[in-house]
Design a protein around this ligand. Structure first.
Ligand code: ADP
Ligand code: MG
Length: 694
């Protein structure tokens, strides 16, 4: 038997059952079986007393006597109930489904062991559907019994727990021939691991809970370790193999701007990040860097300064944004900042006129254009650069992998890539899935920003909310009202938006209201946006098109309608549209009265914190890592044992361990590391999907 042996050859399975198991559980080889882990264990080695009971998910065992078996009728349903006593107290046993046979079988007034989960209701303990064993029949086997994730379909065909326990017992007998060690002695010692063979045995048939914990730790550790190793090697490979244009010069463009035109002092975080970027671009290796910074932390300025460095080194830059509005806004902002310089900047989007387009194409090719700001339009094949040295992508999650690849091809030597994102990636995810990228974090807001005050309000508070908005407008501020727009029900949502607009126009009749939604034409959007940005309209009613990046510092109130329908990161993004000026800003989450548990958690998280990283952690717990990474990468999170939410300590340790090992021995040629290398090459290579952003 080897790991690759098809399961039909395992004693007790055969071709028929193999087919069924494969269909239902997707297991086809011996290796799959070994990685088919129990979901829980029955521990019959310990006996608890009623006085020791507490809330827990584990099955536990007690010893005592059963008395007073009776049927209880409530409405149309019947249940069977009994009292269980030991010398410390008593509790109820309950059966919601039972046969006459079961009722007669319950051994009354005899010493028995009962076994099952504990329920707590009104501080009363009970055990539903206990397993009962008379004392004289008790099995002597005290190893923990595995309970495998089975299904009714399998159980009906005779493949129940007993079957899987037997099969796995047979496979586990072969462990000495099947499982080889993959950690060197020094790691075993440092972390006190049990051997790999013991780990597999004890994860299926633990000697006791302590052994199970050790086995569990060891297997999670190695899963994370080899995963990290893959990323580590990939990163090293990138650093040694992929060439790029070195930007050694900090020249006139940068210095002149920095000294004479910078409208504010950079925050320390911006300076730190800029240094990291400069260090990267000095080298003849392509930069591949993710710039994370909460909304409003000032990523655009970092981007601009980076583009000036590219210019000082004789290269062109482009900055891509996911929407026309954003591109336009970046363009306006950059144009404004550079107005006293002679730097040539242009905007290219889907709605750029043909005549302007022609100029752009020409100037890009003859090198007269230094900075191109745009949308996806810059990716088109017609757009050719003389020497593209740097591409900045704002709000990474909106771009697909294929689109990013197009950027690479725009220069013979690939441009440096800086991806700016305001969606903080939870730490464990960043550690696991972006470990082949370099990450810079702006973890500080510009001075003078007041934290946004967030409140939760319901329909009955609407008048109060509206009046509050009026007061703010009277102080000279502006207000957003945002409505959800979800694709599946676009017409319905559109109706909501229109009704909302009417409502707002009614109440705020003395003010100007403008509207923005995704169905509008680009120039209509522009007009609406400018109307608000210039202060002509005090109120903007919009859908989530304004979620990303829109910057109107004078807007100080964000009212989010039906806030329960938004995801956490979306709410955080929306909130980031206010709090951009010096005034105190407010975010008001309007919801209906009844909220699901998850919606309540989201709303509460928003009112409790402004910290994007904390919010992203909660978001991951609510939605799971796959959703956060996006569908393109969700397949990557299929770990066998490792849990990205609960095992962050292990992930952190393995990441550090791998880094240290590769730093000392990048090719893994040291004799004691060969065991790692060989295992990696045989089992892991090619299994990782890389997160390459460029
Ligand atoms: P984001 O990181 O969300 O893209 P922006 O780059 O749009 O943030 O910056 C938000 C606002 O903060 C802009 O109005 C910008 O001019 C301003 N800003 C950026 N850096 C600083 C700074 N160091 N001090 C003061 N204001 C700053
Ligand atoms: Mg931005």
């Amino acid at each position: 038997m080897t790991l690759d042996t098809p399961i039909e050859y395992v004693k007790g399975i055969g071709p028929e059952r193999a087919k069924l198991i494969k269909n239902v559980l997707g297991l086809s080889t011996v290796e799959d079986l070994l990685n088919f882990y129990p979901i829980r264990y029955l521990d019959k080695s310990k006996v608890y007393t009623v006085s020791q009971l507490q809330e827990s998910n584990l099955d536990i065992q007690l010893k005592g006597k059963i008395t007073q078996v009776q049927e209880i009728q409530t409405g149309k349903t019947k249940r069977l109930s009994a009292k269980f006593n030991d010398h410390t107290g008593s509790m109820d046993l309950v059966w919601f489904q039972y046969s006459k046979w079961l009722k007669e079988q319950i051994p009354v007034n005899r010493e028995v062991y009962i076994f099952g989960k504990i329920n707590v209701f009104n501080r009363q303990f009970s055990m539903p559907h206990p397993e009962i064993e008379a004392e004289e029949n008790k099995e002597s086997d005290t190893r923990l019994k595995p309970i495998y994730p089975s299904s009714e379909k399998l159980t009906k065909r005779g493949l129940g727990q007993k079957f899987f326990q037997n099969i796995l017992r047979n496979v586990c007998k072969e462990i000495p021939n099947l499982i080889e060690e993959n950690f060197p002695e020094y790691l075993m010692k440092t972390f006190g691991f049990i051997s790999r063979q013991h780990a597999f045995l004890n994860v299926h048939f633990p000697k006791d809970m302590e052994y199970f914990e050790k086995a569990d730790y060891r297997l999670k550790f190695e899963e994370s370790f080899f995963f990290q190793l893959g990323y580590g090697l990939k990163k090293l490979h990138h650093k040694t193999q992929s060439y790029g244009n070195p930007f050694p010069i900090i020249g006139d463009h940068f210095n002149n701007f920095y000294e004479n035109h910078l409208p504010f002092d950079l925050t320390n975080a911006q300076k730190k990040v800029l240094r990291e970027i400069r260090m990267d671009m000095k080298k003849p290796i392509q930069m591949n860097r993710l710039l994370q910074g909460d909304v409003g932390s000032g990523k655009t300025m970092v981007g601009l300064l980076t583009m000036l460095i590219a210019m000082d080194n004789g290269f062109q830059s482009c900055m891509m944004a996911p929407t026309e509005i954003l591109a336009q806004q970046h363009y306006n902002g950059i144009k404004e900042l550079l107005r006293e310089t002679d730097i040539n900047v242009r905007l290219l989007t889907g709605s750029t006129k043909a005549s302007e387009r022609k100029i752009i194409h020409e100037e890009l090719e003859n090198g007269m254009l230094s900075i191109l700001v745009g949308t996806h339009a810059v990716l088109e094949d017609k757009v050719k650069f003389k020497s593209l040295g740097l591409a900045i992508i704002d709000e990474q999650h909106r771009f697909g992998v294929a689109q990013r690849a197009k950027l690479w091809a725009k220069n013979k030597i690939p441009p440096h890539i800086l991806v700016m994102t305001a969606t903080p990636i939870p730490r464990t995810l960043a550690m696991s899935f972006y470990s082949d990228l370099d990450v810079s974090v702006i973890d500080e807001m510009p001075v003078g920003r007041k934290p946004i005050i967030t409140a939760h309000r319901r329909e009955k508070d609407r008048l109060y909310v509206y009046n509050f908005c009026k007061d703010e407008i009277k102080k000279g501020r502006q207000v957003y009202f945002v409505y959800p727009l979800i694709e599946e029900s676009e017409t319905l949502d559109y109706k909501n938006l229109m009704e909302g607009l009417e409502h707002v126009m009614d109440f705020f009749s003395e003010y100007n209201v403008t509207m923005l939604h995704g169905k509008m034409k680009p120039d209509e959007k522009d007009t609406a946006m400018n109307y608000f940005a210039s202060g002509k309209a005090e109120i903007m009613v919009a859908t989530t098109v304004i979620e990303v990046g829109v910057n109107v510092p004078n807007a100080s109130v964000m009212v989010i309608e039906s806030a329960e329908r938004f995801g956490l990161s979306q709410l955080h993004q929306l909130r980031g549209r206010v709090g951009r000026g010096a005034e105190q800003s407010y975010c008001i989450l309007m919801t209906s009265d009844k909220l699901s548990k998850e919606s309540r958690t989201r709303v509460r998280t928003m009112t409790e914190t402004n910290d994007g990283f904390k919010i992203s952690e909660v978001d991951m717990q609510l939605r799971g890592p796959g959703d956060i990474l996006g569908t393109q990468q969700s397949g990557v999170v299929d770990f066998k044992r490792l849990d990205l939410i609960n095992d962050s300590a292990i992930i952190k340790t393995t990441k550090n361990t791998v880094e240290k090992i590769l730093e000392a021995d990048p090719m893994l040629t040291r004799p004691d590391n060969l065991i790692i290398k060989n295992y990696y090459l045989r089992y892991y290579k090619g299994k990782n999907k890389w997160s390459k952003i460029s």
